[in-house]
Design a protein around this ligand. Structure first.
Ligand code: SAH
Length: 192
């Protein structure tokens, strides 16, 4: 049951990503900062976030590492996963043609500070974190449930400072002021 819910969610995520990738296809890239390390981490991300969970869903190979949880935990996971999907969709909708999978600046790149970007600077990464938190509740397996977070966290910690540096170079004081207003993945409780 929860494996099916996971899989439907994953297909939805692919749909959202493909649609926005297609929309940004002609939007020229003017600065690219992706490094070999980042490409390697993106590949690791694919293994941890897509490959391993699906090996678990479609084969018995990882069943030796199963654990059991009460049914409510699965429904909690479903709710967290739904929140992740919503946030992923909204961040794509708000970022629009400025989105890139790697560190890039596009022609006519605009700084987005509204919608889900109003209170947090990284709603898309927050969605990936929520997705990673939902998985151990949906896929009751020590490997498939946790591989997403194991793969995503190094990418997150490498990417965010470099991305903020790039945005700061592009948008200067406007990005600085935005950093003061908005938190990274959690809204600021106290304004700086
Ligand atoms: N970190 C953001 C965006 C992820 S997509 C999030 O988690 O929602 C990555 C690309 O988005 C980067 O290449 C960068 O150029 C761009 N970007 C990041 N923050 C932005 C912002 N506030 N406005 C416009 N583009 C942004």
């Amino acid at each position: 049951m929860f494996k099916t819910i996971y899989f439907i969610g994953l297909i939805t995520i692919f749909g959202i990503r493909l649609w926005y990738r297609w929309r940004a296809r002609n939007n020229e890239i003017v600065v690219s900062r992706s490094s070999p390390l980042e490409i390697a981490l993106l590949a690791l991300g694919f293994v941890g976030m897509v490959l391993v969970p699906n090996v678990y869903v479609f084969s018995p190979l990882l069943a030796f590492a199963d654990y059991s949880l009460p049914e409510w935990a699965g429904w909690l996971g479903t709710a967290v996963f739904a929140a992740a999907l919503w946030l992923l969709w909204r961040s794509h909708a708000d970022l629009g043609r400025n989105w890139s999978q790697t560190l890039e600046v596009r022609k006519g790149h605009q700084l987005i500070t509204s919608g889900v970007y109003k209170r947090i600077r990284h709603p898309m990464y927050a969605a990936f974190l929520l997705w990673g938190l939902a998985l151990p509740l949906l896929l009751h397996n020590w490997i498939a449930g946790w591989s997403h977070l194991v793969a995503f966290l190094p990418l997150y910690f490498l990417r965010v400072p470099r991305e903020e540096q790039l945005m700061h170079e592009q948008f200067g004081e406007a990005y600085h002021a935005y950093m003061e207003r908005a938190g990274r993945v959690l809204p600021r409780v106290f304004q700086k």
